[in-house]
Design a protein around this ligand. Structure first.
Ligand SMILES: [Zn+2]
Length: 241
């Protein structure tokens, strides 16, 4: 199939020559786009139906409940390969041609390893979803005005973790036979954030090739055409976020 090889960014080329003899953490090609793997799911029903706001349920309650669930599931999925995501194997938080930098509470940009970045994400999200003033669980307690923007922030960070799982740890996920869970979790998450416009498409576009396959209503034929080629400007350079 038409695999887009636009992501052999310098980071991995450089890491290949590392003296410790370890293999680079990512595949040369996007193994996760191969039909053999994309067809593996743990559910086969329409995810769109699952994410639509049910009648009689408050929008914020729905966002809160789903966001908390995605946080727990993505944390769990990452934990299955976390022993392979180390400061050596993943010296930066990468996904395709993007390196994510962490911005601390004062907005200071920090370059960190992937496990550090994931730890920052999980700690921050844990703090937010257990804060009774932000994710209220008691009857009658109001959501804050900043609720939607915080949910968006959480979803953006969770997307980074999912993208890193595919980009750097898909092989290990397959070795553990957990690709069906990852595919289902990813597709459910993408359909959800699209439904409520929670993550900027400019953020998720690096994974559009996979999203189009996994979020398609019916399983794609093996020879399905690939998504359109990215613009020339997206080739061979590393984006910083
Ligand atoms: Zn990693």
């Amino acid at each position: 199939m038409g695999v887009l090889v636009c992501c052999d960014c310098f980071f991995y080329r450089k890491s290949k020559t590392k003296p410790n003899g370890k293999k680079p953490p990512a595949e040369e090609k996007k193994q996760y786009l191969e039909a053999e793997f994309t067809k593996v799911r743990v559910v086969d029903f329409d995810l769109k139906e699952l994410v639509v706001l049910p009648r009689e349920i408050d929008l914020n309650e729905w966002l809160a409940s789903n966001t908390t669930t995605f946080f727990n599931l993505i944390n769990l999925q990452y934990s299955t390969i976390s022993e392979f995501c180390t400061g050596d194997t993943c010296q930066a938080m990468t996904a395709c041609n993007t390196i994510y930098y962490w911005y601390d509470e004062r907005g200071k940009k920090t370059k960190c390893t992937a496990p550090q970045y994931v730890d920052f994400v999980m700690s921050l999200v844990q703090k937010l979803v257990t804060d009774e003033d932000i994710f209220p669980t008691k009857y009658g307690k109001e959501f804050p005005n900043s609720f939607e923007s915080l949910v968006k922030k959480i979803c953006r960070y969770l997307f980074h973790v999912l993208a890193h799982l595919y980009w750097a740890h898909f092989k290990e996920t397959v070795a553990l036979d957990l690709q069906g869970h990852l595919n289902t979790l990813y597709a459910h998450f993408i359909v959800f954030v699209r439904e409520f416009n929670l993550v900027d498409p400019k953020e998720t576009c690096i994974m559009d090739d996979l999203s189009e396959i996994l979020c398609a209503p019916a399983p794609p034929a093996p020879a399905a055409p690939s998504s359109p080629a990215p613009s020339p400007s997206s080739h061979n350079h590393v984006t910083e976020r």
